[in-house]
Design a protein around this ligand. Structure first.
Ligand code: PLP
Length: 417
């Protein structure tokens, strides 16, 4: 995931032009220009194999899962549970009991906050996060602190947007019950040393949740090698549909956690006196799940692995290095987030131009970037800015996209004189 790959050194074996043909939406014209999509960190586009898998499921196999003896229900159940096994292999989890389908990263983190942390933590206990977290990895812990009286600690970052690791370690102590940390920062692109963090947290007896929303599209994640207790991600950032994601949890932890939502699917027996809960993973999946989303997620995992996660990551790293070098040459551009290890995200400001105006002008040129605080307001506060513009790369971006971005920024500078 490192960005410090020379754009000129590695041979360009990766065929981005062929990859682009898998994504019909990339042929869209926006404001009279061919679309340049540089917003994959917010949500990636879906390739034909994913669109077709969802359509095929909806056309031929849809019924509710788990409850029916009829053929379609069994087809739907096998598609849904097949996707779970696919996700298990994707993460190298030990068992499908460790794979909980959720709406996305946000729901996954809230599940752990409410079912793991809330019943266990109290005054004196500490939850440790970092200063570069997405709101989804801040607010659920603040809620737990309000609910239980425990304390939120925040490990600082430096001006490059890197975690100050020594300070982080100093904040770990006998009171630390849980560490919740991004694998990759969405606002800055920083790749965090999660393996080291997991080891240090475990040495202090704390469990670790890794927010992998920005990591799974760009790196191979092996939850056994990483040894994280919980790992959360969203399908829609890795070429799958919206409304589906995964919470991986270590089985012994999940087994000891109470369900967090009640309803159908998550029970074994119900009477007015007593309800018994289903086994893992269904104990955490109350109600009818997002079946076609899970099917699409499985297809997206097949797709990403068919391209080769490492090949995609190397391609994106070349683009990031190229874009970083090009933007650094533009007068008035300030790069925000210059960590030594980065993945696929380039945040920047342009002197005298609000990020929203910059994004609006780029849009008139057909270039989609994200502008704002990127759901990471504390990061903006740290850098003393209200917002950045953020270009983010996916498997389908090209050097031409970078050239169009550079030309678009030239246009912004013309407009603002
Ligand atoms: N964590 C990170 C690092 C993210 O980038 C995002 C989304 O941008 C989330 C969490 C929340 O993901 P979702 O909105 O899919 O639940």
């Amino acid at each position: 995931m490192a960005a410090n790959v020379s754009p000129f050194s590695a041979p360009e074996a990766y065929d981005a032009a062929r990859v682009r043909r898998d994504f019909p939406i990339l042929a869209t014209q926006v404001n009279g220009h061919p679309l340049v999509y540089l917003d994959s960190a917010a949500s990636s586009q879906r390739p034909l194999p994913v669109l077709r898998a969802v359509e095929d499921y909806e056309t031929h196999s849809h019924a509710n899962v788990h409850r029916g003896v009829h053929a379609l229900s069994q087809a739907a159940t096998s598609a849904f549970e097949g996707a779970r096994e696919r996700a298990r292999r994707f993460l190298n989890a030990r068992s499908i009991r460790e794979i909980i389908f959720v709406r996305g990263t946000t729901e996954a983190i809230n599940l752990v906050a409410q079912s793991y942390a809330r019943p266990r933590f109290g005054p004196g206990d500490e939850i440790l996060i970092s200063a570069l977290e997405h709101h989804a990895n801040i607010v659920p812990w603040q809620m737990v602190c309000e609910q239980t009286g425990c304390t939120l600690k925040v490990a600082p970052i430096n001006r490059r947007g890197e975690l100050l690791y020594e300070e982080f370690e100093e904040l770990l102590g006998p009171r630390t019950r849980l560490v919740a940390i991004a694998h990759v920062s969405n606002a800055l692109g920083t790749v965090l040393p999660v393996k080291r963090i997991v080891e240090a947290a475990h040495a202090h007896g704390a469990v670790v949740l890794v927010d992998g929303a920005q990591a799974v599209p760009h790196s191979r994640v092996d939850v056994r090698a990483l040894d994280a207790d919980f790992y959360a991600f969203s399908g829609h950032k890795m070429y799958a549909p919206t409304g589906i994601g995964v919470l991986y949890g270590r089985e012994e932890l999940l087994a000891a956690m109470p369900p967090w939502q009640g309803g159908g699917e998550m029970i074994l027996t119900v009477s007015f006196d007593r309800t018994t809960y289903n086994e893992l993973p269904w104990k955490f999946e109350a109600g009818t799940p997002n079946i076609s989303g899970a099917v699409g997620l499985g297809a997206a995992m097949d797709y990403l692995e068919s391209l080769g996660v490492e090949a995609v990551a190397a391609h994106e790293a070349r683009l990031l290095a190229l874009a970083t070098a090009e933007l650094a040459r533009i007068p008035g551009i300030e790069l925000v987030g210059t960590a030594a290890s980065k993945a696929s995200v380039l945040s920047f400001t342009l002197a005298g131009v609000h990020a929203h105006d910059l994004g609006t002008i780029l849009d008139t040129e057909g270039i989609a970037v994200r502008t704002g605080h990127h759901c990471a307001m504390p990061v903006m506060t740290f850098f003393g800015i209200p917002a950045t513009a953020r270009a983010s790369f996916g498997c389908y971006n090209t050097e031409d996209d970078v050239a169009r971005l550079v030309a678009g920024l030239g246009r912004v500078r013309e407009v603002f004189g």
